[in-house]
Design a binder for this molecule. Structure first.
Ligand SMILES: [Ca+2]
Ligand SMILES: [Ca+2]
Ligand SMILES: [Ca+2]
Ligand SMILES: [Ca+2]
Ligand SMILES: [Zn+2]
Length: 660
């Protein structure tokens, strides 16, 4: 809104500073915009202009130059006996958009004038670009696939409707002066320019707006929508996530699933069982209350609410937890296409939009929240690590999408109290036979490996080298990193991981994905990158680094500790303590993993007086032999993870180690 200045202050300023011969002696009150342009001028009754003196009034009060004209548009009268006559501004004979001035007169006397008058100086009113060149700039700006004038049927209908065989939707172009309302550059912003004005009616995607193209520079300076929409909030009875409030917008008297409150927007379209995106239409509702009675139908139209909610919840997760503005961190519009094909049993990110089938025998509509977040997770991956979708990198691409599916779902469950969802299952709501697509906490359940190159690890060429199978390893790694857990993996290695909670685990994971991973990253490299990410975020030697390392060890990648090299010697590094209460934990052991001999480092470099080795269940292992001088011979031990307890005569210390 323009700021209004008091008439007294403004009058003084204008009188002091204006070079124009403006006659203020007849003015009762003058209200100007911030830029100094008069918006309302009222006149003293005894000095009022007569209605035959309107052009003189304009010259006196608006500082018209010989380039300026105000020509009458129309007049009307009101019940108070006023005549209101509206004038259109022209500059060098070119219409000035949005610049009209009204004269309010009664009994032949002008009581006030009001309106918008543009003070334009030195504008070149001869276009550099012709209308055709400018139109191509306008259509490039709109970027529609098709326009109404390209559709012979629509053209014929218009001609019939207007009873005019020459009628066309093809924009003709009108030369005008208009303010540049799109320039970010303050030298250009708001300044009047000569422009071509086009009425551009796009068919697909549908929009209609006046597009103004600078007739000298060719840049679009204003888009004035003819078909208008406004932000709204839908109430939507979704298929999987209850009744949710969803940002959307009103449009042409109804409501549709588009919104602009998140990044550049979130839009959800209906493919109506077709497979062509350019045939998709909006889902619409008359009162913005999208009820189950209306949409829980045989077409599964309530799935649209899930896709829209899923995109919004996913956007919100990335913003809240990772400070990321949409999948590209530049606000990219998230478009979802629902009802793809007939009985289509899948969902995918096609490189630019989300696409959801309605399912058939195996699946219900594939728009559950974890699946939505999974698909958008692929978009995140493409904009970050861009992991090649085959073999190990492809498996981690899939795994990361499952991870983001779990994270988004968990956050929304907590935020909205959603029911029927299971964080560590993927697709548990869409399987008709029950169960899920994948289990992150127990990958073997759906024929995925939980150990790198372990049981159910896929080595063939199907599914791009088993990307939906070998993702189980990354999934289980993330599950353990979040929840913690202990057990024995397929390599026979016993593990124990202290869980970090889902947000810390997610931050480590996303740093691994966005900062370190490359298109060809393998599982062992991912371990290195995750440990580096945890080190960046939480510090070397932190519990988070230990948990990250141990979670990788648990899924069969690497060892339990990262041996730090300092001063040419391998320094001891701590591993996760399994100590019970009353036992201090500050013993270190090295090297890890050990092959022949393990060195124990007790607090204060004390010497161990007795040493015992057990397996993780606590059973004594006799094949390890204490040699004295804090050296333990482990050459007779089988490969695996063990616990060593050492006593210095006063305290007992325990530490895990692994034998290679
Ligand atoms: Ca339909
Ligand atoms: Ca309704
Ligand atoms: Ca789930
Ligand atoms: Ca296993
Ligand atoms: Zn996927």
């Amino acid at each position: 809104m323009a700021h209004k200045y008091s008439s007294a202050v403004l009058l003084a300023a204008l009188l002091a500073g204006s070079a124009q011969a403006q006659d203020f002696s007849r003015v009762k009150q003058r209200v100007a915009s911030e830029a100094g342009s008069p918006e309302l001028i009222s006149f003293k009754a005894e000095r009022a202009y007569g209605t035959q003196e309107v052009q003189q009034l304009f010259r006196d009060q608006l500082a018209l130059t010989t380039d300026d004209q105000l020509l009458p548009l129309r007049a009307g009268t009101d019940a108070q006996g006023f005549v209101h006559e509206k004038y259109q501004q022209y500059y060098k004979g070119v219409k000035v958009e949005h610049a009209t001035y009204s004269v309010h007169a009664r009994q032949g006397k002008v009581e006030a004038v009001s309106g918008q008058f543009e003070q334009i100086r030195g504008l070149n009113a001869t276009p550099t670009l012709d209308a055709a060149a400018a139109l191509s700039r306008a259509t490039a700006f709109v970027g529609a696939k098709t326009y109404m004038w390209q559709d012979a049927g629509e053209e014929a209908f218009l001609q019939q409707q207007e009873n005019n065989p020459a009628a066309t939707y093809k924009p003709q172009g009108e030369l005008v002066v208009v303010r540049n309302q799109r320039a970010a550059n303050p030298l250009k912003a708001g300044k009047p320019v000569l422009a071509w004005k086009f009425n551009v009616y796009a068919q697909e995607p549908m929009s209609r707006a006046y597009i103004y193209v600078d007739a000298h520079s060719g840049e679009v300076v204003l888009q004035d929508d003819i078909i208008k929409h406004a932000g709204a909030t839908a109430t939507f009875a979704t298929a999987y996530s209850g009744t949710r409030s969803l940002a959307n917008e009103s449009f042409n008297g109804s409501f549709r699933l588009r919104e602009t409150t998140r990044g550049l927007g979130i839009e959800t379209y209906d493919m109506n069982t077709g497979t062509r995106y350019n045939r998709a239409v909006d889902f619409t509702d008359a009162d913005n209350n999208w009820t189950a009675a209306e949409y829980n139908n045989s077409s599964f139209d309530n799935a649209a609410g899930d896709a829209h909610f899923g995109a919004q919840a996913t956007y919100d997760y990335w913003q809240a937890v990772h400070g990321r503005n949409s999948y590209d961190n530049a606000g990219a519009k998230i478009k979802s296409y629902v009802h793809y094909g007939r009985s289509y049993e899948n969902a995918y990110w096609n490189g630019s939009v989300m696409t959801y089938g309605d399912g058939a025998t195996t699946f219900k509509p594939l728009t559950s929240l974890d699946v939505c977040a999974h698909e958008i997770g692929h978009a995140v991956c493409e904009k970050t690590a861009n992991l090649t979708y085959s073999n190990e990198s492809g498996a981690m691409n899939e795994g990361l999408s499952d991870i983001w599916g779990a994270c988004v779902e968990a956050r929304a469950v907590a935020q909205f109290g959603l029911t029927g969802k299971s964080t560590w299952d993927i697709g548990e709501e869409i399987k008709k036979s029950g169960g899920a697509l994948r289990s992150m906490s127990n990958p073997n359940l759906y024929n995925q490996p939980d150990t790198y190159k372990g049981t159910k690890w896929y080595t063939g060429t199907g599914d791009n080298g088993g990307v939906h199978t070998n993702s189980g390893v990354l999934n289980y790694w993330f599950y353990l990193l979040t929840q913690g857990g202990s057990g024995s993996n397929d390599l026979g290695n016993a593990y124990s991981v202290s869980g970090l909670g889902i947000d810390k685990a997610a931050k480590i994971t996303f740093r691994m994905e966005s900062v370190y991973m490359t298109a060809s990253t393998t599982y062992p490299q991912a371990r290195t990158f995750a440990i580096q990410a945890a080190t960046d975020l939480f510090g070397a030697g932190s519990a988070e680094v230990t948990a990250t390392t141990n979670a990788w060890y648990a899924v069969g990648v690497g060892t339990t500790t990262t041996a730090a090299v300092a001063g040419g010697t391998t320094a001891p590094a701590g591993v996760t303590s399994l100590s019970g209460s009353g036992i201090t934990t500050s013993m270190n052991v090295f090297p890890v993993p050990a092959t022949n001999e393990l060195t124990l480092v007790l607090p204060g470099n004390a010497e161990a007086t007795s040493v015992r080795v057990t397996d993780l269940r606590g059973a004594n292992v006799q094949t390890a032999r204490y040699e004295g001088n804090n050296r333990l011979s482990v050459s007779g031990l089988a490969q695996g993870v063990y616990l060593v307890s050492a006593t210095d005569g006063q305290h007992t210390y325990r530490m895990r180690f692994s034998k290679e």
